[in-house]
Design a protein around this ligand. Structure first.
Ligand SMILES: O=C(O)C(=O)C[C@]1(C(=O)O)C=C[C@@H](O)C=C1
Length: 306
């Protein structure tokens, strides 16, 4: 059979192979576009240098005032602003990636910067790497307590831990934050492409204090009185104007006569002097951090929502 007498029928060659090869711009046009790209790269590099110099000046003035270099709330505000004005063919994911690397570099420029991770499988290690950049030293710790200990010992500036979930291993790590003077300051990932399922999540913990971003969720550690049930704790929180969107109970070892502790996640930013805390009828209630509501996560989904 020759090509000429082949039976008519479905074309065996995929349609894409028939498509004409994309035309490279002809010699002159290609050179002109590459010259334009070179000039833009120079401009970007100059702007990055000027940005780093501005951060260095800020760090100098902060050295006098004190305070940590890492400011997750400021990073969240910058990213929200840039995502809101984002346009053009560069994927938003690339924009976020680039700025995450910039933040990692400008944080490390100011002070030692390393991250201690307690991971369930690879999840929190991956989230920490994506959030804190490719060059930031990450150390995996076998327990949540060891990861937190690395921060209190000053070996790391941030601990990344799984968002607590009842029944998960070491889900009670949050009960130690108050006495260690540590706070949750961010939720990872901060950005999810539209339509992507929320997968594993992590909290970032530092020795700094959480700061508001304008769209936040706060975490409250509650020590109940006596045999408080989950419903009772939720009601008492709601009565104080702190209705929890999520409530996690930690009952301690079986037989231990300790009242339950609860982790309440509430909408908005709750500072230590918030009058609603004084209005709540618990043995103790204490903010243990807050985080910027991640971008691209549907309203109503809790931090750990899958
Ligand atoms: O705004 C600050 O406090 C900075 O240190 C600057 C900067 C930045 O590069 O924009 C760097 C690190 C912080 O985590 C947040 C922001």
């Amino acid at each position: 059979m020759t090509l000429n007498n082949m039976p008519a029928g479905p074309d065996p060659v995929p349609a894409t192979l028939h498509a004409p090869a994309p035309q490279e711009p002809a010699g002159d046009a290609l050179a002109a576009l590459r010259t334009e790209i070179d000039a833009l790269d120079d401009a970007l590099q100059d702007l990055l240098r000027r940005r780093a110099e501005a951060v260095a000046r800020l760090a100098e003035s902060r050295a006098k005032a004190g305070g940590p270099a890492l400011r997750p709330a400021r990073e969240a505000k910058i990213l929200r602003r840039l995502l809101a004005r984002h346009a053009g063919p560069l994927p938003a994911a690339a924009l976020v990636r680039l700025w995450r690397e910039i933040f990692a570099a400008t944080t490390a420029m100011q002070a030692p910067f390393a991250v201690a991770v307690f991971s369930q499988g690879e999840d929190q290690l991956r989230l920490a790497r994506e959030h804190f950049g490719v060059s930031t030293p990450l150390r995996h710790h076998p327990t949540a307590a060891r990861a937190l200990g690395a921060v209190t010992a000053g070996e790391a500036q941030v601990a990344v831990l799984p968002v607590p979930d009842e029944g998960a291993p070491e889900a009670d790590w949050w009960t130690r934050l108050d006495s260690l003077r540590l706070q949750v300051v961010a939720c990872l990932p901060f950005w999810l492409p539209r339509g992507e399922e929320r997968g594993a999540a992590a909290f970032a913990v530092t020795a700094g204090t959480a700061e508001p971003t304008g769209r936040d969720r706060s975490l409250l550690s509650v020590e109940a009185m006596g045999e408080h049930s989950r419903a009772h704790i939720a009601q008492a929180l709601a009565a104080a104007g702190l209705a929890p969107r999520r409530l996690l109970l930690h009952r301690g070892p079986p037989g231990a006569a300790v009242p339950p502790r609860a982790l309440a996640e509430v909408d908005g930013f709750v500072a230590a002097d918030d009058p609603r805390l004084a209005a709540a009828t618990f043995a103790r209630i204490q903010p243990i951090g807050a985080y910027a509501v991640p971008e691209g996560v549907p309203e109503g989904a809790p931090a750990g929502a899958r």
